[in-house]
Ligand binder design. Structure first.
Ligand SMILES: Cc1cc2nc3c(=O)[nH]c(=O)nc-3n(C[C@H](O)[C@H](O)[C@H](O)COP(=O)(O)OP(=O)(O)OC[C@H]3O[C@@H](n4cnc5c(N)ncnc54)[C@H](O)[C@@H]3O)c2cc1C
Length: 398
């Protein structure tokens, strides 16, 4: 009976929608339950390395994604205090020759719309919005859920792509919300014509400094400019007013390079989030329920790979389900085994990078700057190969 029911996917973010398309490619129907009144994304930029194209190619959306993306000429790390360029990863011809695909930045809404459009024309995908799941039961041969407004749905299995504060994670793992790390983040998009700061405009640049960093890059074919500012603060969990936030920001970035301070002056203070972290967990499934994306392995954003991992998960899980031919617990076990070390490495390297970016003035920072000065293109490409070369996809034979 359960073989013929659609698979339930809870959460219509980048992970959930990719999974629906990857299942459809293998002839498996899914029903995506999204808690928000409409499917959609928050309107900020996102970066992707070449690894996501191994998935985008297979679900047939590479061209559409490239049409709405920008390809920066380099990814830079700058010293937030003296403004010096510390690291340059060229992302032009040599990068494409090495990794076969580009590095891109894209407006989340545009990427989400590409995936949504592909889902809407695919009869194997049913999209249900305004469906906030608040309980579930694994009944052995199927899974039943109810939503906050009292509707009931059932499916052959359930994929929880419900993000970093996952309801399903709390039942399967029960490790509580991510641990606050004492930092807050702000995000802003401004028209490129309004950008007055002396900063690189066609690159992704990360300015790293004591207890603070900024990430900046162009969007929508260079017409918009995306800025994320992250800083250590004892008030990370508090709600304040814009005037107090402004004073705190100016104090935090008082020693930063003038270009960085010019970016800070442009920040919109209304969207402010405390940043949380959690370590890798070894098991993400029980019976016919499995966690995917941030619900399973949310990293800090320092490596810019959280959504990339959610997208990779989607293809990997669909292939594992296909290979196991309806034996869901077996498929979920194979998915977990295939994904655990790669996603855990992303979580751990993101943590290490976080500290690397935020070094205080002193010997450690001097050593960091002297060390990275020796890194040439070949070394940087070798360091990134584990991530950008892609990942192992389960097949019936392996
Ligand atoms: C400042 C910042 C910058 C980032 N930059 C990058 C980057 O450049 N590159 C990158 O790869 N990653 C980046 N990330 C990480 C990325 O945003 C996440 O890893 C990614 O969104 C995870 O995708 P997901 O589909 O697992 O979850 P989400 O995107 O969180 O989607 C979860 C969905 O589930 C829905 N939902 C939740 N609970 C329920 C429920 N009970 N019932 C029904 N629906 C539910 C939500 O409404 C949402 O639509 C960044 C994160 C931050 C905070």
């Amino acid at each position: 009976m359960s073989r013929s029911e659609p698979i339930l996917i809870v959460g219509g973010g980048l992970g959930g929608l990719t999974t629906a398309l990857a299942l459809a490619r293998r002839g498996r129907a899914s029903r995506v339950l999204e808690g928000a009144p409409e499917f959609g994304a928050i309107g900020y930029g996102i970066q992707f390395g070449p690894n996501v194209f191994h998935v985008l190619d297979r679900i047939g959306v590479t061209e559409q994604v490239l049409a709405v993306s920008d390809s920066p000429t380099a990814v830079l790390m700058m010293d937030a205090l003296d403004g010096k360029e510390l690291v340059r990863i060229p992302t032009g011809a040599s990068f494409r020759a090495r990794f076969k695909y580009p590095y891109i930045v894209v407006h989340r809404i545009d990427l989400h719309n590409v995936l949504l459009d592909a889902c809407r024309v695919n009869s194997a995908v049913e999209l249900v919005s305004d469906a906030m799941v608040n309980s579930f039961e694994d009944r052995g041969d199927h899974v039943a859920v109810t939503t906050a407004d009292g509707r009931a749905f059932s499916g052959a299995a359930l994929i929880a792509a419900d993000g970093v504060r996952s309801l399903f994670r709390q039942t399967l793992i029960g490790d509580g919300p991510p641990r606050p790390i004492g930092y807050a983040a702000l995000r802003t998009i401004v028209p490129m014509t309004e950008l007055k700061a002396e900063v690189p405009r066609d690159c992704v640049a990360l300015w790293g400094g004591p207890g603070c960093h900024i990430v900046q890059y162009p969007l929508r074919h260079g017409t918009l400019f995306n800025i994320v500012a992250v800083f250590r603060t004892s008030t990370h969990a508090e709600k304040g007013d814009p005037a107090s936030y402004r004073a705190e920001l100016e104090h935090t970035y008082r020693n930063a390079h003038p270009s960085m301070r010019a970016l800070i002056a442009m920040m919109d203070l209304r969207w402010r989030r405390s940043i949380g972290d959690r370590g890798p967990a070894r098991h993400w499934h029980r019976g016919r329920v499995v966690l995917l994306g941030d619900a399973a392995h949310a990293p800090l954003q320092s490596l810019a790979q959280g959504a990339g991992m959610a997208i990779e998960d989607g293809l990997c899980l669909a292939e594992a389900i296909h290979a196991a031919d309806g034996d869901y617990p077996a498929a979920f076990g194979r998915f977990e085994a295939a994904r655990l070390l790669r996603t855990a490495r992303v979580q751990l390297e993101s943590r290490a990078l976080w500290d690397f970016y935020h070094l205080d003035e002193g010997i450690e920072r001097d050593v960091r700057n002297a060390t990275v000065a020796e890194w040439d293109e070949a070394h940087l490409f070798d360091c990134l190969a584990w991530l950008y070369d892609g990942f192992q996809i389960p097949t019936a034979a392996h």
